[in-house]
Design a protein around this ligand. Sequence first.
Ligand SMILES: O=C(O)COP(=O)(O)O
Ligand SMILES: [Mg+2]
Length: 229
Amino acid sequence: MSLSGLFSPRWPGVALFDLDGTLVDSAPDLAAAVDQMLEHLGRSPAGIDRVRDWVGNGATILVRRALAGQSDWEPARPKDDALFPDALKIFFHAYEQINGQHSVVYPGVEDCLAQLRAHGCKLGVVTNKPEQFVAPLLEQMGLDHWFDLTIGGDTLPVKKPDPTPLLHTMEALGGTRGTTVMVGDSAADVNAALAAGLPCVAVRYGYNFGQPVDALGADAVVDSLAELL
Ligand SMILES: O=C(O)COP(=O)(O)O
Ligand SMILES: [Mg+2]
């Protein structure tokens, strides 16, 4: 499956990209910040392998999961509820310092973005990561210059898997359902695209809560964004 196929019948169009697990492997920084937060609260660190599976629904749910020590944080224990506001503050403070330090751009990303831009596509980032962390990460990764618009998890009243952030970005960039594609690594991305009525590419190398992406219902599943060229 090539991107021109997904854009059918009109090309160029708008390509919307998820950030964590799609453009950038940011789990090492998120895990470091989560572990700093847990240690500050006198808890044992969670470690990157567990934190990677907790990423995808934004920072507040990441912190909820870290306090619960598992993906399924509901119902939160009363003790966790009491700790949550402080835990979130500590996480934000830690991640602000760490964001970008150990993160890397995935192979194939730059070539894909360059090719899309060469075709005249508008490019957007639609992430559940809180907005304040998005521009600093894109800048440090040297990716910021590719994007016409970035939407964070708290930029609008709702986040993925709600389709609103995708449709908002598509419209702001002059796209339509026939000329816009979503590229992401998790069920939050695929479900948002399905609900928005947009074609979707899922990448296998990301996080997706520790589950394979092949059965999510994406229009194409790839091992690298270079496969789309
Ligand atoms: O911050 C998160 O939980 C994930 O962000 P993403 O939407 O870029 O994958
Ligand atoms: Mg993601």
